[in-house]
Ligand binder design. Structure first.
Ligand SMILES: [Zn+2]
Length: 326
């Protein structure tokens, strides 16, 4: 600027990377091993005393969007095996669990959500953040379908909403609530064991939050997840298919244009409805934080659905693009 030199220092923070990337970056060989305390599920079961944390790994945050889905799936899998109360199944028991799963899916279809825990054509399954949020919101209905304790579902709702809130969290209160929740879960469903995500949130959540420079809810991978559909759309409609390199180059150009601050300033900001939240969530926030927390995954999802309505059909054509770029 004129004769003045301005230097802007920056620090890259990998707060929105997914589990596979974190495991690779932290040299964690198995998805069952916690990248913070480096213990396997078996070691965690054998002793409740945890070794010192690898503190620098707090920097990866808690992946809150995936946490909604993983906790939801934990409760589903507990419910499938509830009568057997056993995680290792023989052939006959596997059949029983499959039958119970089908029964639960039918119940969900009739009462709460059309498709739960079913494969999605092309990639992944139907368990997304919106399905998970609906499940925790309708805790009484969900508990009745799964035959689980509603109190446990409500406790997880409080924890997940607190983590997603974008406000400063009272770390001591959160740590205490997480510790109590772990006790309740182990008392009811200890035979299943804690999955890596549950262990990370309940045992390390407080320390991870304490080490974040901004509220943990600001660091969700929501923005990155919302881009998936758009990336598929841009690769199909706004990028050359002459080579993989040119295809990716055009995609990045499109993303650079969209994230340009000037271009972005013309964007319509979608008004979102604020929802009042559980009293327990506000108890876990630092005083002075808002009591009206905006939770808007549905709105953002609807936005991308309507604007990129043919993005879904683009999924099936994704392979075609990939192969044409080889
Ligand atoms: Zn751990």
């Amino acid at each position: 600027m004129g004769d003045m030199n301005i230097s802007v220092p920056y620090q890259l923070r990998l707060t929105m990377v997914d589990g596979k990337n974190i495991n690779a970056l932290t040299d964690t060989k198995s998805p069952q091993t916690c990248y913070i305390c480096k213990r396997t599920q078996k070691q965690r079961r054998a002793s409740s005393v945890l070794p010192p944390d690898v503190i620098e790994n707090y920097r990866f945050g808690l992946s809150t969007v995936h946490a909604w889905i993983r906790v939801f799936e934990f409760l589903l899998h507990v419910a499938y095996r509830l009568e057997l109360q056993n995680k290792r199944l023989n052939k006959r028991e596997q059949g029983e669990v499959k039958a119970r799963k089908r029964e639960i899916q039918e119940q969900f279809k009739a009462r709460l959500s059309p498709r739960v825990d079913q494969p999605r054509q092309g990639f992944g399954n139907t368990n997304d953040e919106n399905t998970a949020r609906r499940f925790f919101e309708k805790s009484a209905e969900s508990a009745s379908i799964l035959g689980l304790d509603e109190g446990v579902i409500k406790r997880f709702r409080v924890i997940l909403k607190t983590l997603s809130s974008k406000f400063d969290i009272d770390v001591d209160n959160f740590g205490e609530y997480a510790r109590e929740t772990k006790e309740v879960v182990q008392d009811r469903y200890g035979w299943f064991g804690l999955t890596p995500t549950l262990h990370k949130i309940l045992d390390h959540g407080g320390n991870v939050i304490r080490n974040r420079p901004v509220p943990i809810g600001v660091l969700t991978e929501e923005a990155q997840e919302a881009r998936h559909k758009e990336c598929r759309y841009f690769r199909l409609n706004n990028a050359r298919k002459t080579s993989r390199e040119e295809n990716v180059f055009d995609l990045y150009s499109m993303l650079m244009i969209l994230s340009d601050p000037l271009v972005n300033s013309f964007r319509d900001v979608v008004e979102t409805k604020g929802r009042s939240v559980d009293e327990e969530v506000t108890d876990l926030l630092l005083s002075g934080s808002s009591r009206d927390i905006r939770c808007h995954p549905e709105e953002s999802e609807q936005h991308s659905d309507s604007e990129y309505s043919d993005a879904d059909s683009a999924d099936s054509r994704q392979d075609a693009i990939d192969s044409s770029c080889e």
